[in-house]
Ligand binder design. Sequence first.
Ligand SMILES: Nc1ncnc2c1ncn2[C@@H]1O[C@H](COP(=O)(O)OP(=O)(O)OP(=O)(O)O)[C@@H](O)[C@H]1O
Ligand SMILES: [Mg+2]
Length: 215
Amino acid sequence: MRSETEQMRSLEIIDQEARRLTHLVENLLHFSRSERQIARLSPAPTALAQLVRQTVEAFTPLAAARGVALATELHDGLVAPVDADALRQMLLNLLDNAVKYGSEEQTITVGLRASERGRRARIWVDDQGPGIPAADRERIWDRFWRLERDRGSAVAGTGIGLSVVRELVALHDGRVWAEDAPGRGARFVIDLPLMPQAEDAPEGEHERADAGVTA
Ligand SMILES: Nc1ncnc2c1ncn2[C@@H]1O[C@H](COP(=O)(O)OP(=O)(O)OP(=O)(O)O)[C@@H](O)[C@H]1O
Ligand SMILES: [Mg+2]
């Protein structure tokens, strides 16, 4: 008979693997759909802080099971035309990486603020792991590509997560990149357009208005 502790440990591993497989299947489904050109996004005005907060909360038990803490720095009131499921998937893929590749007992910080005079939103995920070497910051977005140090390592991965993030971000006219987190670790930044504002009228209208003043 195995001890209760051993049985608990086995259950934990089964639970973790089940979650990992679900995550993998979601990413694979996304890819098979998009390759047949039927990945349909439904962008709708979305309160970003609420969506990010909900996603982080949903992820908290998984992180806590690994001894990882999550912190948020979220500016309220930013609304962007996004597909909620897609943004959730992007964040989950980044959070999953932050937990897998970050250090034990780290704090992962998720932030949100406006940039470019309120025209765009920046969402970032910081971990306190080894970071991404500058030379690899382009290749990590390629499908099936993993850092040398992670190939054949005990940290399971297929190299799909970030390629899905990149594709979903592009479908939102966004940008995504990796940089150094303050202190140490990796920072992944997603930059998305916010809802157009009244003063962002099309160029032509500005020209007409200007012409009216100077005439
Ligand atoms: N936060 C991070 N810190 C350090 N290295 C990272 C981080 N995120 C990603 N990487 C590196 O980039 C590679 C690609 O990441 P990606 O999420 O695409 O694939 P994966 O995590 O290996 O597998 P999958 O996401 O499909 O389960 C990883 O294998 C790892 O080498
Ligand atoms: Mg991943």
